[in-house]
Structure formats: C-alpha cells, structure tokens
Design a protein around this ligand. Structure first.
Ligand code: CA
Length: 224
C-alpha cells in the first residue's frame, strides 16, 4: 500500500452496496427481451457502458451485436427496474475512511461509468464530493476498461499517476486503472473468485471495504 496525494474511488460496489440492484435489474431486463443473463455476468461486465454490456451478452448468447433499438429498449427497462430498487446503502467503513483521507489532505475523486442524474446530489450528501471531483460516464468517450476515465481523473487533480491510487471492485475497472498507470487496490465485494481481480494485476487485494480501510488507515497514520 502507498500513501497517495489523491485517491480515485469507483462508485458501485466500492462507495455503495449497489451491485445487487444492478444484477437483478440486468437479469430482469434481459429476461423481458427473451435473452438469458447469469447473475455472475453482472460482475464480469461491471464497469462497461450499458451498450458495451448489452453487446457483450448478445454476442455471447445470439452471436450478433444488439441493434440500436434493442440497446435502447433493454436499457430503458433496466433503468426503470433500477428506479424501483431500494436505495443502496454506503459500503461498510467507507464514509469515515473518505472523511479521514480528507483530514490528511488527500484529494478524493469518484470515477464511475454511471450517468444517473441524481449522482452529484447523492455523492455530495453521502461523501462530500462536489461535481468537479466526479468523472461520470458523461465525461468520457471511452468507458472502462479503457484508461480514459482514470486519465481524466488525473487531469482533474493535476497530478502524476505515481502520486495517486485507485480503489476498484471490478476486473474491468482494475484493467482501466492499471492501463492509466495507477496503483490499484481491489476490494472483492462481488460474486467473482479473487483470480478475476488478480489476473488484472491489481497491486493489493482485500476481501471487503472494512479490512481495506483499516489496513490503509494504519499505514497512513504511521507516516503522519
Ligand atoms: Ca464498481
């Protein structure tokens, strides 16, 4: 673990326990269109744009890409289902950890593929993050696993990759962060075996957010 000047946090599965909602909504949205979807695929494809996820599932199940109309229809269904899900709670230990990092002068940026309009209000309320410190799906041309989202975050803080660290829970998120040259901490909060994260060459791996926060806080405290 390192002592960074900025930490870039992924959102779903890192700041919020929201992946069960995504998993269920994707499953029901594909089923409504007669396309199969395993729960585990929500985690394997986590971080992709909606189009990327839908195309990946279509290629696997039907041997072709989805049409624009199919993408729009499935995504509309998924969004409607998500809005019916219960609000996702913050992940354990994350709110006090983010507050702790701020007391040590460490900058916080949230890097997510999500484009939910309520994103800014939610992150401001729960984590004290303003819009300048959010890189959303609307801010990039190429989403994860492309490095663009994390390179954009580096631009926001005006720092070099060696000064910053990332917290990710998804294999494609780790791939994106590593491609941007960043020290990447993985937390396995989903349903995939550890090897999915290790195969993407994360620099550290924890079984959840609580042990990650505890270990990192101890290291930072020792230095200050
Ligand atoms: Ca995630």
């Amino acid at each position: 673990m390192i002592i960074p000047k900025a930490v870039f946090f992924d959102m779903d599965g890192v700041l919020y326990d929201s992946m069960p909602n995504h998993e269920l909504s994707w499953q029901k949205a594909f089923a409504a269109h007669g396309v199969g979807f395993d729960a585990v695929e929500a985690y394997i494809n986590e971080g992709r744009t909606a189009r990327g996820t839908i195309d990946t599932i279509f290629l696997k199940r039907l041997g072709r890409r989805a049409t624009d109309a199919e993408v729009e229809s499935i995504y509309r269904t998924k969004t409607a289902l998500m809005s019916q899900c219960p609000a996702a709670p913050a992940m354990p230990a994350m709110q006090p950890f983010v507050a702790f990092l701020r007391t040590r002068g460490i900058a916080i940026v949230v890097v997510t593929g999500s484009r939910q309009p309520s994103l800014i209000d939610k992150l401001s309320r729960d984590y004290g993050v303003d819009s300048q410190h959010i890189v959303s799906g609307a801010d990039v041309v190429h989403g994860k696993p492309d490095p663009e989202p994390y390179l954009t975050a580096l631009g926001r803080v005006g720092m070099d990759a060696g000064e910053c660290a990332v917290v990710e829970n998804a294999p494609l998120g780790v791939r994106s962060a590593k491609a941007a040259g960043l020290f990447t901490v993985a937390v396995n909060t989903g349903k995939l075996p550890d090897r999915y994260l290790l195969d993407e060459h994360c620099d550290a791996l924890f079984a959840g957010t609580e042990p990650m926060c505890k270990a990192w806080k101890e290291i930072i405290d020792r230095k200050h």
